[in-house]
Design a protein around this ligand. Structure first.
Ligand SMILES: C[S@@+](CC[C@H](N)C(=O)[O-])C[C@H]1O[C@@H](n2cnc3c(N)ncnc32)[C@H](O)[C@@H]1O
Length: 198
């Protein structure tokens, strides 16, 4: 499954298919930047960063930023945009424990099976340390594991969709969910947002 995902996202990077962020996402990032400023936090790590589009906004806001992504090609694209993205998995991020003060992860956790999520949350939480906030967003809905093959010819990727209450319980193995929200659905799916306090 992970090899499929890596292959998919290497192709996506090579073809430069990842779109610019939509206004809804920019709003979420803006609110998170306000929280980080209020808490005096100056660094953030993005788990499953893609080519670093969110990173560009964090860097522009003056934060120290690094992204972690399965696809090497995303690191190359990010470098062109002046953002650091290192290749690695969110299940074992190549980040020294506690040197980043906040976490961020958008549209990535639904690529992990339910049984893999708690280990990933533990590894991500370990990278940012106790007390740190982490904003997480993921596609979800009625419980289903789908291997989708309709986006890039010859490539497939897992979407493990879970109801919001299940995702909340999985995230709470790594801290306290301070807030959660469901954004208006697209394609019959919902976008779930959680603010986790490690
Ligand atoms: C749908 S894209 C989202 C990219 C970016 N966060 C965004 O919202 O634009 C999912 C990203 O997660 C990465 N990814 C998937 N599984 C991962 C894992 N186990 N560890 C690190 N990155 C992963 C993929 O390479 C891909 O870039």
């Amino acid at each position: 499954m992970r090899a499929d995902l890596q292959s998919y996202y290497e192709r996506e990077a090579k073809l430069e298919l990842r779109k610019e962020l939509r206004s809804g996402r920019l709003g979420v990032r803006e609110r998170y930047l306000e929280l980080l400023a209020a808490e005096g936090r100056t660094s953030v790590v993005d788990f499953g960063s893609g080519p670093g589009h969110d990173g560009e906004g964090f860097v522009a806001a003056g934060l120290r930023f690094v992204g972690v992504d399965l696809a090497h090609g995303n690191g190359l694209l990010a470098a062109k945009a002046g953002v650091a993205v290192v290749q690695g998995s969110i299940t074992a991020p190549p980040i020294r424990h506690g040197i980043f003060e906040a976490g961020w992860s958008m549209s990535t956790l639904m690529h992990l099976m339910e049984h893999q999520v708690t280990a990933a949350i533990s590894a991500m939480a370990g990278a940012i340390g106790p007390g740190a906030p982490m904003m997480l967003g993921m596609w979800g809905g009625e419980r289903a594991d789908n291997l989708e093959e309709d986006q890039i010819d010859g490539e497939r990727r897992l979407f493990s969709l879970r109801p919001v209450e299940l995702n909340r319980r999985l995230l709470e193995t790594g801290g306290t969910v301070e807030s959660s929200e469901i954004l208006p659905s697209q394609n019959g799916r919902e976008y779930q947002l959680f603010l986790l306090r490690v």
